[in-house]
Design a protein around this ligand. Structure first.
Ligand SMILES: NC(=O)c1ccc[n+]([C@@H]2O[C@H](COP(=O)([O-])OP(=O)(O)OC[C@H]3O[C@@H](n4cnc5c(N)ncnc54)[C@H](O)[C@@H]3O)[C@@H](O)[C@H]2O)c1
Length: 411
């Protein structure tokens, strides 16, 4: 193995801005970025300039990047419906693979990827950075040390806003595929971002999740574009006293400053002897909270009723990306398993499919064992309304040509 792992990145969109810095010298990672690929000329040009990528290693077609013999590993950061094919081709090219969540649209796609990566003897992990977010890692350590006894309940609360005091600008192209059925089951929150939430709830609970039950209301961005919130999901284990809840809503305005997406999270983990609270994650809702207000970090109380806090954990969401990338590189170097390992990633995927099955089948409780491949289409199945994506495309004059570059929507 070469001194440094040589990495290629496919997909230079919004989230690549938190992946690529891992390969800057100051990140001290045992890897270097040598190849990049995107269908957008502008993105290729900008990133190649910023990361000093040799023009011979800048690709429009991902298959050309995969036949680049200088690279050992690839990061795949593209819309979900492309993950299956890109991962299969990457495995066949002998590259180790870090694939952004959501890994696949169906279990059979996931199984194909698991089989082909195994038969080609390459590392395959799903990039789930929330498991590398320090406050959540500290929480897991407290749980494993028995500080709060056995976990009974995980409350995951999430708040998003259309207008904030400050947040990322997300290109409209990054929204477009998220509200399409083919790429994302029209579920930017529940399917896409939800993967992290299912993952964290499943991680903190002591037993496997057996069933899910969803409720969904209705909210339209700027009164027009329908999104999949508000939604409340109950995740229950076989022992029904062990459960998780994810409650997500979006609002016209949230008075929050944020370096990243316009949302933030708050988690409470309740055990038989105590509880843990983790305010903040993606966002900075509590920034500037003074006079004894809520501080980002980890707060817990055990059986003796004495509250403790760890305010030294790194609460910057971006650090979870760096930690997650570092784990990939170290896993390749040391030939160890890299979270999320494929079987765990498949379990989380199944939870997501069960939730959408609940949403589309009259909000009934769905057992994970009912999921055989994709979303269940039972007799109560309601197909999401069609035409909305096309209307948005028309309204915003997005060209079908992916060379056309980012129209900012100013969120
Ligand atoms: N871990 C997280 O917190 C997090 C956050 C956001 C996004 N994501 C994931 O990252 C992935 C990308 O999301 P994003 O927000 O950056 O999306 P995006 O739309 O901003 O970027 C996708 C990029 O892929 C490129 N692309 C599309 N088809 C291509 C092809 N055939 N060949 C080469 N390039 C192609 C597009 O031009 C675009 O630059 C998704 O899997 C998403 O779920 C994860």
């Amino acid at each position: 193995m070469a001194d440094k792992i040589k990495v290629g990145v496919i997909g230079l969109g919004r989230i690549s801005s938190l992946h690529l810095p891992a390969y800057k010298p100051e990140s001290n990672i045992n890897a270097e970025l040598v190849s990049i690929c995107d269908s957008s000329r502008k993105k290729r040009k900008n990133i190649a300039a910023e990361y000093h990528i040799d023009s011979n290693h800048v690709y429009k077609d991902y298959k050309d990047l995969l036949s680049d013999n200088t690279i050992d590993a690839v990061e795949i950061l593209t819309p979900h419906h492309l993950h299956h094919e890109m991962t299969i081709q990457a495995a066949k090219s002998g590259k180790h693979i870090s694939l952004q969540k959501v890994p696949a649209m169906t279990l059979s796609e996931m199984d194909d990827m698991i089989n082909v990566t195994k038969s080609n003897d390459v590392k395959f992990r799903v990039f789930e950075n929330f498991r590398f977010y320090e406050p959540y890692m500290k929480t897991m350590e407290l749980i494993q040390n028995g500080v709060i006894g056995e976990v009974d309940r995980v409350d995951y609360s999430m708040l998003g806003g259309i207008s904030l005091l400050g947040s990322w600008s997300v290109p409209l192209m990054a929204w477009k595929w998220r509200i399409s059925e083919k790429s994302n089951y029209r579920s930017p929150n529940v399917w896409d971002d939800g993967y992290h939430k299912h993952s964290i709830i499943a991680w903190f609970l002591p037993d496997k999740i057996e069933s899910v039950l969803a409720w969904q209301g209705a909210y339209r961005i700027k009164g027009v574009i329908p999104v999949d919130t508000p939604t409340v999901i109950i995740y229950s284990c076989k022992n029904k006293s062990k459960y998780g809840v994810w409650n997500i809503s979006m609002h016209d305005h949230v008075p929050m400053k944020n370096k990243y997406y316009g949302c933030d999270e708050f988690v409470k983990v309740v055990g038989s002897k105590g509880l843990i609270m983790i305010p903040g994650c993606t966002g900075s809702l509590y920034e500037g909270c003074e006079d004894g207000g809520i501080k980002e970090g980890v707060h817990w109380v055990g059986k003796n009723g004495v509250w403790k806090s760890d305010l030294n954990v790194d609460t910057d969401w971006a650090s979870s990306f760096l930690n997650c990338s570092r784990a990939f590189i170290e896993g390749i170097r040391n030939d160890t398993e890299i979270p999320l390992i494929p079987e765990e990633a498949r379990y989380i995927l199944k939870i997501g499919l069960a939730i959408l099955s609940s949403v589309r089948n009259g909000f009934r409780e769905v057992k994970l064992k009912e999921i055989k491949d994709g979303i269940i289409k039972g007799h109560n199945y309601i197909e999401p309304s069609v035409g909305e994506t096309e209307d948005i495309e028309k309204d915003t004059k997005i060209s079908k040509d992916t060379e056309q570059d980012d129209i900012e929507n100013g969120t």
